[in-house]
Ligand binder design. Structure first.
Ligand code: PEP
Length: 231
């Protein structure tokens, strides 16, 4: 299976014009472009090779939920993937129970789910066993593995310039796969200099890229690296 690279643009760029330009620059096979909600449609219109993803989803199909976006709305826009449980959303108050509801609703609508899991620094400091226990607990809420991808993203590595040790990331990916046999990505301050060290691990199916994904040159180098990895 080819390695997959997900571009999580977070709350970038500021304008639709910039989003379309960035999407055109990153439109490669085995790439998923994940722009902010307002740019989904215009990005979709220019993609020829990459798939489209959304950064979040709500768990109800319709109703009085101010500010939320339903899985059906996303699916109708041509969205194929949705990120659920990103640590930046967990930090704003989403818990494992809510995340499990979002996963189920997205799957029921036919969306592929990229579920983010990962330990905070205080857990990592306690050692590998504590990390494994923490991640298994996050996974224990998930009952269905159809259309599921897991992104192992240690919270202390996201946007910090710090990386997991690739051997340990591969080890955690295997722990995850024993509980839920699905593709496992790595995410956390990846760039063109460290991408290979993660992508060459057979346990790691690809990368979830944040900061580096809004730099098309840097992202392009990562996609090229992924393409040259034998799996
Ligand atoms: C992310 O947004 O999931 C992420 C891993 O961000 P970054 O690559 O910037 O650490």
């Amino acid at each position: 299976m080819k390695k997959i690279i997900i571009a999580n643009w977070k709350m970038n760029p500021s304008t639709e014009g910039e989003a379309v330009k960035l999407a055109k620059a990153e439109d490669e096979k085995n790439v998923v472009i994940v722009p902010p909600f307002p740019f989904l449609k215009s990005v979709k219109n220019v993609l020829r090779n990459a798939s489209l993803g959304a950064q979040d989803v709500f768990y109800e199909k319709e109703g009085a939920y101010t500010g939320e976006v339903s899985p059906v709305m996303l699916e109708k826009l041509g969205v194929a993937y949705v990120i659920v449980g990103h640590s930046e959303r967990r930090r704003l108050g989403e818990d494992d129970a809510m995340i499990a509801k979002k996963v189920r609703a997205a799957m029921d609508t036919g969306l592929k789910v990229i579920l983010c899991v990962g330990e905070p620094l205080n857990v990592r400091r306690k050692g590998k066993r504590a990390v494994d226990v923490f991640i298994k607990k996050q996974l224990s809420y998930i009952k269905n593995k159809k259309n599921l991808i897991i992104a192992y993203e240690p919270v202390w590595a996201i946007g910090t310039g710090k990386n997991a040790d690739p051997d340990d990331a591969a080890r955690v990916a295997e722990v995850i796969r024993k509980k839920l046999p699905v593709p496992v990505l790595y995410g956390g301050s990846t760039n063109s200099r460290n991408a290979k060290s993660f992508l060459e691990k057979k346990e790691i199916a690809g990368l979830l890229v944040g900061g580096a994904s809004i730099d098309p040159r840097e992202f392009g180098k990562m996609v090229t690296i992924a393409r040259h990895i034998r799996s």
